[in-house]
Design a protein around this ligand. Structure first.
Ligand code: ZN
Length: 338
């Protein structure tokens, strides 16, 4: 088969790869119904995260089970399944506490921008749907694999509750779905920080009540002004830069919560400054597996339509154009059909 490989910055190739096979008895092989490009794929693509030679790419996936290993019990060939970007046994102590992305047997998925994928720990990682869903549901279902699960964790980790005032830093797909998640969790006021018109209107569609276009200290000043001088109850940091992290921390009120789900690159925090902020900080790779059944249900019951973050659809063999479009911010997120 052919799969997506990053050779060096901005050099994405769709090229021959070995056919995935069952390696462990706990593995499953799935035929991909859809996959996509993640905002986090752009870090190595832009050369901001080093790679050691040619690197197979992709970690968001859903599809039909083709084959399972001899120890797999809860997943069967023919089922439509969705899994997280982090594999999990779903039985170890970390999994039982709801932190499946820190599973003691975790592997980070890669190689998903391909037509066929091996998924380790299939029983604990994959969630089957009741039947094979119709094609029009694929974009929204695919988002549960990472980008919606991550946005949802951002809202949950920032303690969004009915009546909360929420700020979302970052207007990428995760930030936009953080807005959707905050709305679902009952936030009363959702302030999206974005200076991009198309993304602002999607944020509004997902539930944003206000838009702030200023960034950095100016952005923080606007938030403080809009919240009677105290700051927001919950702030979702969905970028991962020094500026966005400080913007998030300073936008929260004393006693407020800041979640951070953008993979940090070059972020450094000052202990004493943090001490006097008086905030709760909670982030990391989202335990998407914890939320998968709930999010899949919301999609299947047409309560949410997170698939709207895909504003570009390409055949999988044109994956390189998907990276380019996202890198140049021509597209929010690229949906890939094998
Ligand atoms: Zn585990």
């Amino acid at each position: 088969m052919k799969g997506t490989v990053l050779h060096c910055p901005r050099d994405i190739r769709f090229e021959s790869q070995p056919d995935p096979q069952i390696v462990q008895p706990t593995d499953a092989i799935i035929r991909m119904s859809a996959t996509c490009v993640c905002g986090s794929d752009l870090w190595p693509y832009r050369g901001l995260q080093p790679i050691n030679g040619p690197t197979p790419m992709g970690h968001e996936y859903c599809g039909i089970v083709e084959e399972v290993g001899s120890a797999v019990r809860s997943v069967k060939p023919g089922q439509f399944v969705i899994g997280s970007f982090a594999t999990s046994d779903n039985t170890c102590p970390n999994c039982r506490y709801g932190y499946q992305s820190s599973c003691m047997h975790r592997e980070f998925m890669t190689r998903a921008q391909a037509p066929v994928l091996r998924v380790p720990l299939a029983d604990g990682t994959l969630v089957p749907t009741p039947g094979v869903p119709s094609d029009d549901l694929l974009p929204s279902l695919l988002t549960t694999s990472d980008v919606l699960g991550t946005g949802w964790f951002a809202a949950d980790a920032a303690n969004v509750k009915p009546g909360s005032t929420v700020v979302v830093v970052g207007d990428g797909a995760v930030g936009l779905l953080g807005v959707l998640s905050a709305k679902q969790l009952g936030a009363e006021r959702i302030i999206a920080m974005s200076r991009h018109e198309k993304r602002q209107s999607l944020a509004r569609e997902f539930g944003a009540t206000d838009i702030v276009t200023e960034r950095g200290d100016e952005g923080v000043d606007r938030i403080i002004e809009m919240t009677n001088g105290i700051g927001a109850d919950s702030v979702l940091e969905c970028v991962g830069t020094q500026e966005s992290m400080l913007q998030a921390i300073h936008a929260a009120r004393p006693g407020g919560y800041v979640s951070y789900v953008g993979v940090p690159h070059g972020v450094q925090l000052d202990g004493q400054q943090l001490f006097f902020e008086h905030i709760h900080l909670h982030g990391g790779p989202a335990p998407v597996r914890r939320y998968l059944p709930q999010l899949i249900n919301l999609v299947l019951n047409a309560k949410i339509n997170p698939g709207k973050v895909f504003d570009l659809t390409l055949p999988l063999d044109q994956v390189a154009e998907g990276y380019r479009a996202m890198d140049e911010r021509r597209a929010i997120k690229a949906f890939l059909r094998p």
